[in-house]
Design a protein around this ligand. Structure first.
Ligand SMILES: *[C@@H]1O[C@H](CO)[C@@H](O)[C@H](O)[C@H]1NC(C)=O
Ligand SMILES: *[C@@H]1O[C@H](CO)[C@@H](O)[C@H](O)[C@H]1NC(C)=O
Ligand SMILES: *[C@@H]1O[C@H](CO)[C@@H](O)[C@H](O)[C@H]1NC(C)=O
Ligand SMILES: *[C@@H]1O[C@H](CO)[C@@H](O)[C@H](O)[C@H]1NC(C)=O
Ligand SMILES: *[C@@H]1O[C@H](CO)[C@@H](O)[C@H](O)[C@H]1NC(C)=O
Length: 303
């Protein structure tokens, strides 16, 4: 009896050690287009040295390095991170003035953003892809919700537009009764941008998003959850112009306030002495041409 019992136990142990591909309950892995999860050992210098799949030099304020800008706060592991990866915080201060050329000092903005590499990646902005990320505010580096912030977006390759943008705060030129909300903004084949989906942006909580981006049909679908809950669809497919390839941004672009501005990249009001940050986790992109996306590690659904 005893030996039978131990045999059953060791069979169970063997079964759980088998590769997941042999286990009928697990969904097949969805191939990744890029994996932007940050290894536990990474520091700002790892980003500066270009050792991670992010641009080593852009988009940063003039004369800044990733070592100046990135922090690695001890927060809970995000939905798609694991014991060998960690969260990364992108911060801005008064120095975060992007200066792409000596005659183009973008003093209207404060901005530092991680750009997944390689840039101009047609493979990341064609077909059907699912962009995953988690984010949360930092209660020690609060944003000023009187301003508009872009936190995650796709910018077309000619820099003429953002195909979509996850924002928080007061959209420039509007009045916002509840500015502490995430707003996914897109074109919906209309200009200017419209809000496609929205949720409160609470402190101390991971907000997980997955955007199924159908570049063939120019449509997107939003999945969302909090903390380590599995993702759930919060929209259907929404028509949205995704054409013109481009570059993903993960970080802070803080717009100015002010009236009658003709060029908000260089004009408008930015208060002095800011120390603001947003924490990111689990940045990755799946190739969803097979019809599925992951809603938790090892769990997928048809979109
Ligand atoms: C960056 O450094 C250069 C050279 O020291 C300086 O002229 C410029 O003003 C700095 N830019 C900013 C935005 O601080
Ligand atoms: C954690 O995620 C990393 C990055 O994708 C992956 O390479 C690694 O295998 C994962 N580790 C575990 C223990 O699942
Ligand atoms: C990006 O890739 C497209 C398509 O291959 C190409 O036409 C374009 O010139 C590239 N743009 C840049 C800025 O490299
Ligand atoms: C927040 O932004 C508004 C609008 O620019 C500004 O008037 C206010 O002083 C800022 N608040 C803080 C605490 O800096
Ligand atoms: C902006 O323009 C409007 C209309 O021309 C004008 O009434 C208003 O005073 C202007 N505001 C500022 C701050 O210049």
């Amino acid at each position: 009896m005893l030996s039978q019992f131990t045999t059953t136990l060791s069979l169970l142990a063997l079964a759980s050690a088998l590769p997941s591909t042999l286990s009928p309950k697990k969904s097949p892995a969805i191939p990744l287009v890029f994996d932007g999860r940050v290894p536990k050992a990474a520091t700002g210098a790892t980003f500066d040295a270009g050792l991670l799949p992010y641009n080593a030099k852009y988009d940063l304020g003039a004369n800044l390095t990733w070592s100046d800008v990135l922090l690695f706060p001890k927060v809970q592991t995000s939905l798609f991170d694991n014991s060998s990866t960690k969260a990364v915080e992108v911060t801005i201060d008064d120095r975060a003035i992007f200066t792409p050329s000596p005659t183009n000092v973008q003093a209207g903005f404060r901005r530092n953003e991680l750009l997944p590499q390689p840039a101009n990646a047609t493979y990341a902005t064609t077909g059907i892809k699912t962009l995953h990320f988690s984010l949360q505010p930092d209660s020690h580096r609060r944003l000023n919700y009187s301003h508009e912030y872009q936190l995650v977006w796709l910018e077309s390759q000619d820099y003429s537009a953002d195909q979509f943008s996850l924002n928080v705060g007061t959209i420039f030129g509007t009045k916002e009764a509840h500015p502490k909300r995430l707003q996914l903004r897109g074109t919906s084949h209309a200009s200017p941008q419209q809000t496609l989906w929205s949720a409160p942006f609470e402190e101390g909580v991971w907000h997980n998003l997955a955007l199924v981006l159908d570049f063939n049909k120019n449509a997107l679908k939003v999945y969302y959850s909090r903390e380590c809950e599995k993702l759930e669809a919060v929209t259907g497919f929404i028509p949205n112009d995704l054409s013109n390839l481009g570059q993903y941004h993960f970080g802070i672009l803080k717009k100015p306030t002010g009236q009658n501005l003709t060029d908000i990249t260089r004009q408008g009001y930015q208060e002095k002495g800011v120390h603001e940050g947003i924490v990111y986790g689990g940045i990755l992109e799946e190739d969803s041409k097979g019809g599925s996306l992951s809603i938790a590690p090892g769990k997928s659904v048809k979109y």
